[in-house]
Design a protein around this ligand. Structure first.
Ligand SMILES: Cc1ncc(COP(=O)(O)O)c(C=O)c1O
Length: 453
């Protein structure tokens, strides 16, 4: 008999209460033996058996559309056959290579550089990091501190950059930071251009990006209290922060300011990178060139872990061993990444991201008429529906939780984020088909229209 994944999964189907009996058993064993810090199965109570494309099957045989895609890692869906073949072929050749050059690594970097704007290709150097986004952010910050000889970092409210000690320090999420005393000193938070919840309480109609003007004045004021920073760290679309795209004005002025003051601009493309927003990197849509680009999640397209920073060669002043790590040479990830870039070009996957993004826009924006829907926003295939109490404007976390649960019961896996987790988020595979998007949107709309709890 064929393995389950090879039997078709073409539509969602949930045949029992969730969790089903086998999932319940594994979840109970997990609860007994694994850490209290575990997250996803608390809100999505299923145990996974197998997956293919945009679908995943739980151990009870229920089939779900997976619009979480391993937190944005599986850009070409689960088990893309050509990526599976490239990883399988590489397995018998070489799997782990530290930072030695290898043919497949060379091909991988060539492919990555070819995806950069032409003007950046010849001045870009790469450093392969430990295989997580957080590790690469740490490397980017160290690179800039060493190159500038400065110690302070500017970052933005609502941003997420990882869970290590230093990346958590750069992250807005207070609940994660509160229990861990003594954060990394020299980190300064400024308002992001999130007009829907403007910390300066200005209206988008009267404000011409006062948030970036505030940053400009703070950094140029001789009494501003902040020494010239080593770097500014920016997400172009805040993902965990609730799918908040930065405004174009904000980003362009920030780029101009950092250039004028000689501050390296690090763009965190861990989530937005590798096609997620409709261009290979999100910064391309803003007409800017950053000094450092951080990429990780979807670099291999199939979840074989890898992370790297791409940076201006002028910053390359650090010494041998300045950022080491055992797992910097995942040859399986390199092989898959080469194949992923080839598939993106051959299948016009970026075109699909834009078309399916437009489809999601058309299907979900009518939800704005719902009193509890405060906003529907996104770029490419990264979308969020922000839910808030219509009377108080407070984040409607319970409603968002109920929507996530209802969607799961109807066969759709979605994520949450934003203030108090009040934003229902979707991160579909970038090669997702139109009919799957259609089914998923119907489930989501229905889960919201069923009403607030
Ligand atoms: C924008 C951004 N930066 C960094 C990270 C951290 O990546 P990792 O979980 O691989 O350490 C994430 C993870 O979600 C992210 O979304």
């Amino acid at each position: 008999m064929a393995p389950l994944a090879q039997r078709t999964m073409t539509e969602p189907r949930v045949d029992c209460d969730l969790p089903g009996p086998r999932s319940a058993e594994l979840l109970a064993r997990q609860e007994r033996r694994e850490s209290n810090a575990r997250t996803y199965p608390r809100h999505l109570p299923i145990a996974l058996a197998e997956a293919a494309g945009s679908f995943v099957r739980d151990v009870d045989g229920n089939v779900f559309i997976d619009f979480l895609t391993g937190a944005g890692v599986l850009s070409l869906g689960h088990n893309h056959p050509e990526l599976v073949s490239s990883v399988t072929a590489q397995l018998g050749v070489l799997t782990h290579g530290l930072d030695f050059p290898t043919p497949v690594k060379d091909e991988f970097l060539e492919a990555q550089l070819s995806m950069l704007p032409v003007t950046m290709r010849n001045r870009t150097k790469a450093h392969f990091c430990g295989p997580t986004g957080a590790n690469a952010i740490e490397a980017a910050v160290k690179l800039c501190k060493i190159a500038t000889g400065r110690g302070d970092i500017v970052t933005f409210q609502g941003g997420f950059h990882g869970s290590t000690h230093a990346t958590m320090a750069l992250t807005g999420l207070v609940s994660q930071k509160r229990p861990v005393p003594n954060s990394v000193p020299g980190t300064h938070f400024f308002p992001y251009s999130y007009c829907g919840r403007c910390p300066l309480d200005l209206s988008p109609d009267t404000c011409s990006t006062n948030c970036v003007a505030y940053l400009e004045r703070s950094l140029t004021d001789s009494n501003g209290g902040i020494p010239l920073p080593a770097a500014v760290v920016l997400e172009l679309v805040q993902g965990e922060g609730g799918v908040v795209p930065a405004t174009t004005d904000f980003v362009r002025r920030l780029r101009a300011l950092t250039r004028e003051l000689g501050i390296p601009l690090i763009v965190d493309e861990v989530q937005t990178g590798c096609g997620r927003t409709g261009t290979w990197f999100a910064f391309e849509q803003y007409g800017i060139e950053p000094d450092v680009v951080v990429a990780s999640k979807a670099l291999s397209g199939i979840g074989t872990p890898i992370a790297l920073i791409l940076y201006d060669a002028a910053l390359d002043t650090w010494a041998s061993g300045a950022h080491i790590g055992t797992f910097r040479g995942n040859q399986l990830a390199f092989a898959a990444g080469v194949e992923a870039v080839r598939i993106f070009r051959r299948d016009d996957v970026l075109g699909n991201v834009r078309r399916r993004g437009a489809q999601i826009h058309d299907r979900l924006t009518p939800l704005m008429a719902h009193p509890w829907v405060r906003d529907v926003r996104g770029r490419g295939l990264m979308w969020g529906i922000e839910l808030a109490d219509p009377d108080s404007g407070r984040p409607a976390a319970d409603f968002a939780g109920a929507v996530q649960t209802r969607a799961l019961r109807r066969g759709l896996i979605v994520e949450r984020g934003g203030r108090d987790d009040c934003v229902v988020r979707i991160l579909p595979p970038l090669n997702v088909a139109a009919d799957v998007v259609d089914t998923a949107c119907s489930i989501l709309v229905d889960a919201i229209e069923t009403g607030h709890p």
